[in-house]
Design a protein around this ligand. Structure first.
Ligand code: RB5
Length: 169
């Protein structure tokens, strides 16, 4: 494993990914990783992914865990939620290429997956690939990430001027 700093991996899920999370925790332990499990700690069909994903994302930003694995039924809610935390670069990943390149180019620090969309073998390959990858530090990627990070310094009501034209008042 090539993780630096704490070397700890954080993981979180709601009910939609509970079974997958349990499998990944066991595999992470078997592979020698230190794991911080942010829950859910039991299968509760009424639970809400932000209650688990937000603490995980905050732990990544605070350096308490090196990288995060966020799961829900589709992975979409987990990704939307994690990316609301400044400093988080979360990606919803279904393929090996993106699990590696998301780190190398985009400095992804949280991988999001769907417990209802990927099986355990694919999910483990994605996690292993994500954890083994390193950010390239290439100037073009730093430039792009700087533009992304600049959004975090702007109030949300200014975002329309930066990119989206989804709707006009
Ligand atoms: C919960 O049923 C489900 O909506 C949630 O796990 C996730 O898929 C949301 O994106």
């Amino acid at each position: 494993m090539t993780l630096g700093l704490s070397g700890r991996v954080g993981i979180a899920t709601d009910h939609g990914g509970f079974g997958l999370k349990e499998e990944l925790v066991a595999q992470l332990h078997a592979a020698g990783h230190e794991v911080v499990d942010f829950g859910a700690h039991g299968l509760n069909p009424g639970d809400d992914y932000p209650d688990f994903v937000i603490p995980l994302a905050q732990a990544v930003v605070d350096g308490k865990v090196e990288r995060g694995i966020a799961i829900c039924g589709s992975g979409v809610g987990a990704a939307v939620c994690a990316n609301k935390i400044p400093g988080i670069r979360a990606g919803l990943v279904h393929d090996h290429f993106s699990a590696r390149q998301g780190v190398e180019d985009d400095h992804m620090n949280v991988i999001c997956m769907g417990g209802r969309t990927v099986g355990p073998a694919v999910a483990w390959d994605l996690v292993e690939t994500f954890l083994a990858a390193e950010f390239s530090g290439a100037a073009r990627h730093l430039r792009r990430l700087g533009k992304v990070a600049s959004l975090e310094a702007k109030p949300a009501h200014n975002w329309g001027k930066i990119g989206t034209t989804l709707h006009k008042p």
